[in-house]
Design a protein. Structure first.
Length: 168
């Protein structure tokens, strides 16, 4: 049987998400609105939770955006449920669950660069140090140095009490 080591439990995940939301707010305190764009699946769940906290702690208009892509072949497959006009000239944060190779984030970033943005940042729950692409997370819950053989699994449930991140 495969060994699973819990990296973050539900309380720790909740605290990390809250801290990320506060960091996003602090970075964008002068903005009247912000787009939180989450990469499907778990990145979007994370974006929803960040957006919810931002709505609690700030007066900014928070616009939630769903980003879809084929993670195995992302080139040309990235799509958003917002039109370019809806995010043009706004602050935008692209959210994913794990920054592993950097592929999803770099293709996600490139998608949004077709229009002018006020600010563009990235956020991840788990940052690994095995990137193949020159991208970094501006906001991160936890950074891990793991071997290439290790796999990080993020489980975000409808009920946050069941959330966990583990390494196997």
């Amino acid at each position: 049987m495969e060994q699973k080591n819990i990296i973050l439990n539900s309380t720790e995940i909740s605290n990390k998400i809250r801290r990320i939301a506060f960091q996003i707010y602090e970075t964008n305190v002068t903005e009247s609105e912000i787009v939180i764009a989450g990469i499907v699946d778990k990145g979007f769940v994370l974006a929803e939770r960040i957006a919810s906290i931002l709505k609690e702690i700030s007066t900014m208009k928070v616009i939630l955006c769903k980003v879809t892509m084929n993670k195995e072949k992302p080139l040309g497959s990235v799509k958003s449920d917002l039109s370019k006009e809806e995010y043009s000239n706004k602050a935008l944060v692209l959210v994913d669950d794990v920054l592993n190779t950097g592929s999803s984030l770099v293709y996600g970033v490139s998608y949004f660069l077709d229009v002018p943005l006020k600010k563009f940042k990235t956020a991840v729950l788990v940052n690994r140090n095995h990137k193949r692409f020159p991208i970094k997370a501006d906001f991160k819950g936890i950074s891990l140095s793991t071997s290439l053989q290790n796999h990080i699994t993020v489980h975000l449930d409808d009920d946050p009490i069941n959330d966990h991140v583990y390494l196997n």
